[in-house]
Ligand binder design. Structure first.
Ligand code: NAG
Ligand code: NAG
Ligand code: NAG
Ligand code: NAG
Ligand code: NAG
Ligand code: NAG
Ligand code: NAG
Ligand code: NAG
Length: 555
């Protein structure tokens, strides 16, 4: 009897342990309902312009999740034109059906709704979402995403007193609809969480964070702007860099941090100064600004018992035109291989110190003229988004009539004529791809790949050459999903193509992207077993060619 009793307990114990494991890897289910609408009353810069709100908020609500949580967001489009939301840096494992870009999804039409369902699979970190089509990002619709560590994994820093999300980005004073059709419209200033500058007497509001003396805070900073890099700093305070877009960095102390379009970072800040209020500044960087002070975003770090306003001149950052400062800082941002992140084993157990490359793409971002108008290009091709999402075409009609596979030249040294097209390139499943981004422009650029984190192995001047590989850092390159490319320079990354799907590779600069600087990488797993790419979701939207062929599929 006794042994039976013990056995029963053992079984109970094992079963509950297994259930616990299952629940840990499955994550929690999170259900959200969002209504996107145009608001004419917010007027962040005191002019009439439509701002895209979510449930009345600008910026939109936080998605506060934990590794492996299942996110369900029922998105209602209460705007006057089609909508898609994309989840910058969320990898959508085996599931590009939820990526929310024109190549993967039909848009959600005005007056209708669609439910995104995806998992924060094996990820941690700071990210953001934004509307991906029709230049809508310039009107708002963005918001923060946190993927917290599971409690079973120890994080490489003490728990902060509080965490703050800072969505910072340049802002255009005109409506986003005017901006998308008028090449000359440009941003005027930077907003911090949708608010104006503390030192601007005409600003309706400014951002302020309240802290207690002696406590430590985590700031999750993202550049949600359309085209400006910025330098971020807090008067009299140091920042400890800990994370970038889902990987833990070696911890370095900084006076200021350059954040480029589409990037996210976490820094820790100790409230270790005299009780007072201090400026938080994000000023334009590597850009011909007309007035750094009036174009900067200025918020406030407020000590809870302080009665003095932030005062004195704004803290001075590095020379805004100093490229070397920025490049050196970029090179100093390294991965911390010894700590766990989404999984308990160290981040560095999967690394690039000894990999064999299976493909190299050398991609030059540039500006060209087509039909008398300016366009942005990749290797002289300006991408045209078809009405039919590439992913749908791939699934049902082998891409035919929608895109051309592997016609695009992935080597910028091979001269190609300037043209437009819908080109898709094959990425070898489970191969290592070397991506070299060249910037032919005289301004900053930044590149992003959906579906993956990539290892940032090198930054260099001029044209990339095979010998440039000798300068790579293969020991502890940081892993992220958006990387900056300096004017007339190159950046190189490695990516392991273990995630089948149709993946967008784009400039994060909204104007570059809108005018054609993107392409898609198709990663196909020919072996249907054992790990399959997900089938289309049951609520899939149809559009383009699929209105015509609908008949044949369903009758
Ligand atoms: C986010 O979720 C974590 C874990 O469930 C929780 O501890 C934290 O308080 C939440 N934060 C916010 C702002 O909701
Ligand atoms: C639209 O919202 C309703 C609930 O209001 C929900 O039942 C339905 O599944 C949603 N439609 C889609 C396509 O997600
Ligand atoms: C820049 O803007 C600030 C704040 O609006 C103003 O005080 C300053 O005079 C301006 N500087 C120049 C050179 O225009
Ligand atoms: C990279 O992985 C190899 C095993 O493949 C390991 O020996 C090495 O220590 C790792 N490097 C780092 C920096 O963790
Ligand atoms: C590096 O890779 C080569 C070939 O893939 C292999 O033979 C060698 O053992 C690897 N070295 C280490 C240190 O992992
Ligand atoms: C699908 O298209 C590719 C080229 O894009 C072609 O090589 C292949 O044969 C096609 N497959 C079928 C089944 O038509
Ligand atoms: C790119 O093309 C040039 C010129 O033909 C060639 O020398 C080089 O090897 C190619 N690079 C790659 C990575 O294929
Ligand atoms: C793009 O076209 C221009 C002008 O025809 C040419 O000078 C340049 O070399 C081309 N670049 C590429 C990457 O093909």
């Amino acid at each position: 009897m006794v042994s039976m009793h013990a056995l029963a307990w053992k079984i109970y114990w094992v079963v509950s342990f297994v259930l616990q494991l299952v629940s840990v890897t499955k994550g929690e289910d999170i259900f959200l309902e969002w209504h996107l609408a145009l608001d004419l009353t917010i007027q962040p810069v005191n002019v009439d312009q439509p701002v895209i709100t979510i449930n009345g908020l600008f910026p939109g609500p936080l998605i506060n999740s934990t590794t492996n949580d299942n996110i369900n967001i029922n998105v209602f489009n209460d705007m006057d034109e089609p909508l898609l939301l994309t989840w910058n840096g969320i990898q959508q494992r085996l599931n590009s059906w939820q990526d929310g870009v024109s190549g993967t999804n039909c848009p959600i039409l005005p007056g209708s709704n669609w439910t995104y369902a995806f998992q924060m699979k094996d990820q941690i970190g700071s990210f953001f979402y934004f509307p991906s089509i029709k230049f809508q990002k310039a009107g708002g619709g963005f918001g923060p995403i946190r993927v917290n560590n599971r409690i079973v994994i120890s994080v490489p820093f003490p728990k902060p007193e509080a965490e703050f999300d800072l969505l910072v980005g340049d802002w255009i004073e005109q409506s986003y609809k005017a901006a998308r059709s008028d090449w000359s419209i440009a941003p005027a200033m930077i907003l911090m969480n949708g608010k104006g500058s503390f030192i601007d007497p005409f600003a309706k509001s400014y951002e302020s964070f309240t802290v207690s003396p002696g406590k430590i805070y985590r700031f999750r900073i993202s550049n949600v702007g359309t085209g400006w890099s910025f330098n971020f700093r807090i008067q009299n305070h140091k920042m400890l860099l800990v994370e970038t877009e889902g990987s833990y960095t070696s911890q370095i102390e900084l006076d200021s941090l350059d954040v480029h379009v589409g990037q996210s970072y976490s820094v820790f800040v100790a409230a270790d100064q005299d009780v007072a209020d201090y400026y938080i500044v994000a000023s334009p960087k590597l850009f011909e600004m007309t007035n750094e002070t009036s174009q900067a975003a200025v918020g406030v770090l407020h000590y809870d018992t302080s009665t003095t306003l932030a005062q004195g001149p704004l803290p001075i950052g590095p020379d805004p035109s100093d490229i070397e400062f920025s490049v050196n800082q970029a090179r100093s941002i390294r991965w911390e291989p010894s700590v766990g992140a989404a999984r308990p084993n160290p981040q560095g157990s999967f690394n690039v110190s000894n990999v064999t490359l299976s493909q190299t793409f050398i991609l030059e971002g540039s500006l060209a003229q087509i039909g008398g108008g300016p366009v942005y290009t990749v290797n002289n091709v300006s991408y045209i988004a078809p009405d039919t999402p590439l992913k749908l075409a791939d699934q049902y009609i082998n891409g035919s009539g929608v895109y051309q596979l592997d016609v695009f030249s992935v080597n910028s040294s091979l001269q190609s004529p300037v043209t437009t097209g819908t080109f898709v390139v094959t990425g070898q499943h489970k191969g290592w791809l070397e991506l070299v981004f060249e910037n032919d422009l005289i301004s900053m650029d930044s590149w992003h790949l959906d579906g993956f984190g990539f290892f940032v192995v090198g930054f260099g001047e001029g044209k990339w050459m095979p010998e440039s590989r000798f300068t790579y850092n293969l020991q502890d390159p940081v892993v992220r999903s958006t990387v900056q490319v300096y004017p007339k320079r190159w950046t190189a990354v490695y990516v392991f193509l273990d995630n089948p799907g149709m993946w967008n590779l784009r400039s994060q600069h909204l104007k570059h992207w809108y005018y054609g600087q993107e392409l898609y990488i198709r990663v196909h797993n020919a072996d249907p077993n054992p790990v399959k790419e997900r089938q289309p979701p049951s609520n899939i939207l149809l559009c383009g060619q699929f209105f015509k062929v609908l008949f044949f599929f369903f009758f």
